[in-house]
Design a protein around this ligand. Structure first.
Ligand SMILES: N[C@@H](CCC[C@H](N)C(=O)O)C(=O)O
Length: 258
């Protein structure tokens, strides 16, 4: 079975090209194993969409073999694969489990129209003996965004284990982001992803943080620079749409023995 490997700001994926049979949770977890498999935060299986005017469906899986509705960096890497394989150019609509998004393919940057994220309540996260208030944001998948108090350095958080969260509020689990301001409309964040653990980047997480950081600045629109451990993303909200932009690259290809 042919595979490729790619990443967007360090959020890395095993890409399985068109024609790959349906996946199972055990197979995905084995492929994503960083010692016994290829290693990755998730798998992107390239499939055909049945929607009119949409050629491609991104069959996204987390590294533990669970499914997720949406993956912002996954869409950007998926689009980079389509372009590198000569299957798409310019603007490409891609079906995800959360709906259709549009990726704009540039030489280095790929930007995705992420629909419109929704703030839907308040909750809290527990990490390292701290209880931190947070904001729930739906980016197609669930997020909890916590602003860190100035007394807690971002690097000090131990995210080896999932942060505690309200399981009634988030019955399907949650991606938890922690952020600190750098400057006006510029933040740094870390994330613990549902189904993948701490990752170097999370596109939907960056979008969720940008929405919360803008609201904290008393704004609904603007371009927010989001520094993640794996690089830099830009999230732009213009009142009608939300765009996530950053680099996406393919780094390897090979054959899996299944
Ligand atoms: N890394 C992704 C998000 C992947 C899905 C997430 N772990 C979930 O279960 O919702 C991104 O770039 O958005």
């Amino acid at each position: 079975m042919r595979f490729l490997k790619g990443h967007g700001t360090g959020n890395d994926f095993v890409i399985l090209p068109e024609g790959t049979p349906e996946l199972t949770p055990d197979f995905v977890a084995a492929v994503c194993d960083r010692r016994r498999g290829i290693g990755g935060d998730g798998v992107l299986r390239v499939a055909r969409s049945s929607l009119p005017g949409v050629d491609w469906f991104m069959d996204y899986w987390n590294s533990d073999g669970s499914l997720a509705e949406m993956c912002g960096n996954g869409v950007r890497v998926f689009a980079r694969y389509l372009a590198a394989a000569g299957l798409a150019a310019g603007t490409v609509p891609i079906e995800t489990r959360a709906g259709v998004v549009r990726a704009v393919i540039g030489d280095e940057t790929i930007s995705v129209d992420m629909g419109f994220p929704k703030v839907y309540g308040d909750s809290s996260a527990r990490v390292g003996g701290l209880e931190l208030p947070g904001v729930a944001v739906d980016c197609g998948n669930p997020h909890l965004v916590c602003a860190l108090p100035a007394s807690v350095p971002l690097e000090s958080l131990d995210l080896h284990l999932p942060p505690g969260h309200d399981e009634e509020f988030y019955p399907a689990g949650v991606n938890v982001e922690f952020y600190v301001p750098v400057d006006d409309l510029h933040v740094r964040m870390r994330v613990h992803e549902r189904g993948s653990g701490e990752t170097l980047s999370c596109g939907t997480g960056a979008v969720a943080v940008a929405v919360v950081a803008l609201a904290a600045a008393g704004r609904e629109t603007g371009a927010v620079t989001v520094d993640v451990p794996g690089g830099r993303l830009t999230v732009t909200l213009d009142g009608a749409e939300c765009h996530l932009a950053g680099p996406a690259v393919i780094v390897a290809s090979g054959e899996l023995s299944r």
